[in-house]
Design a binder for this molecule. Sequence first.
Ligand SMILES: NC(=O)c1ccc[n+]([C@@H]2O[C@H](COP(=O)([O-])OP(=O)(O)OC[C@H]3O[C@@H](n4cnc5c(N)ncnc54)[C@H](OP(=O)(O)O)[C@@H]3O)[C@@H](O)[C@H]2O)c1
Length: 252
Amino acid sequence: MKRALITGASGGIGFEVAERLSQLDYQLTLVARNEQNLKAVQKLLGSGHDILVADLTNKEDLQKVSEHLSENKYDVLVNNAGTGLYGEFTKLPLDEQLSIMNLNMDALVTLSHAYLQNATSGDALINIGSLLAHSSFPGGAVYAGTKSFVANFSESLWYEFKNKGVFVAGFNPGAADSDFHRNAGKNTHAFPKFVVSNVGDVADELVAALKKRQKPRIVQGFKNRLMMFGFKFLSRKMAVNIMGMISPGISH
Ligand SMILES: NC(=O)c1ccc[n+]([C@@H]2O[C@H](COP(=O)([O-])OP(=O)(O)OC[C@H]3O[C@@H](n4cnc5c(N)ncnc54)[C@H](OP(=O)(O)O)[C@@H]3O)[C@@H](O)[C@H]2O)c1
């Protein structure tokens, strides 16, 4: 039986991915902070799955998960846990923005390092970035910065590991209808309806990409890929002006 560890598996995209991988007979280890939510997901998925309660912004907890990855063999790691915060840079508390960097980058790098040291041919690492990896995002400047990092980091690792038969990719979803936006201070109503994907569809694409194992950088959703294509014809200045105008994090 194959094994996968998923961070941020108690809700949103992580939960949907967990559900699909369990249907593909993966034995899962689910990581998040809220034990009750993790236990509820564990129960829902049926027997044979484990949970690891950890706040990945906490040094000791991160070390615990990292050691777990070093001591246990997994076929797949999905670094999915991530948070953001809407608002203008100097109006948001610095410590909360540093904590986002901590989770979205430091924890992701630490777990990738632990995992890839043991990885053998056939294994896969998927890091969750964002469509915002490809553009700046006024009103979410730090978040967009972390996601650019994830996309570039993952792409470099794709190259380093491709000849070892280990697949590494950055998977970049567009806006999806999880709790993410509410936790970040807004909700998905802040976006035009047509740009918001269903988390189940996002997870379907992630699992399809995991099966195909082709691209180092995957952009989720046809409309998101179309949007990115359109942006290629704009100057950077025009693009950032548009992002600023539509951002729920800017008071207009
Ligand atoms: N939703 C979107 O529109 C969207 C778009 C692009 C990219 N993404 C990315 O997709 C990933 C998943 O987001 P989502 O939309 O599914 O968000 P979500 O519904 O808010 O779920 C986030 C998950 O991460 C866990 N988590 C949060 N902070 C954590 C911490 N410090 N340590 C460990 N686990 C933590 C949460 O559980 P606990 O609270 O119990 O810890 C939860 O399981 C993130 O990386 C996000 O940046 C989302």
